[in-house]
Design a protein around this ligand. Sequence first.
Ligand code: 1OR
Length: 294
Amino acid sequence: GRRTSVSAESMAPSQGFIKKVVSKTPAQIEGIKQSVGSNFLFKNLDEEHHQDVVDAMEEKHVAEGTTIIEQGGVGDFFYVVESGTFNCFITSQDKDNSTQKLVTTYEAGGSFGELALMYNAPRAATIVATSDAVLWALDRVTFRTILMENTSRKRKMYESFLEEVPLLKSLESYERHKIADALESVYFNDGEHVILQGDVGDQFYIIESGLAVFYKVDENGDQQEVNQFERGAYFGELALLNDSPRAATVVAKGRLKCATLGKKAFTRLLGSVHEILKRNSENYHAIINQQQHS
Ligand code: 1OR
């Protein structure tokens, strides 16, 4: 009955929540590993918890046009996409008309439906399959027992920091949550190289604390300091935006802590600030020229 399920939900795994096991073929297990492998929410799980999640997942085949989640509905499952594509719509109501807006899309490796489970809230959006698709559904109890702690800790950890990053000011708070899911903090000691000019780039950086110093090799082959950035600033975007080699060398001055995003996440999650990134990057030339003339 209802009472049992509620108490199971609040129980930590060590207190013995009853594990859900849905039997699977080796091919299905492989399918889950592939879909989950590229999803950030699963990244920091230890082996046992990872196994528990795989065990609990249920395969769902859905036809194009199926509504998986309905805005306002009750949250029962969290979903990871194995194959196919989905649209996410939000309907907003004013006085006499309601407008539906496409806010995002999902493909293999993507996931949705965590919010209602995390906050015991109604579904915040509607999700519709835009092709025939395969989903892995994780029940509410397993999600709350195993995945939620990870997810909400990370979202909380980066929340106030991301709010004060000027580049991300224009984003919705849910978009910053998604960025938090994908971020990883990296540390550098004084004098350590973060980026080497000429290298291939695959990471984007936001400074959490410390100083980053930027150097460029001039016509004579000498390294010139061109800039210093601190908390809240970002770097490493140019190589990702332009598919070009790293345009400068970056060195830690003192202890430096950065939050990083990989290239795929950068492209997907910072799409809406793409114009700001482009516009700002045009200022680099101005800065460099100014310094050469002073
Ligand atoms: P859920 O359980 O509420 C709907 O079910 C899911 O849509 C939700 O979890 C999220 O996984 C997903 N705001 C809220 N939910 C969103 C959003 C979103 N995008 C996807 N979902 N916004 C769009 C951000 C690009 C914010 C709009 C103001």
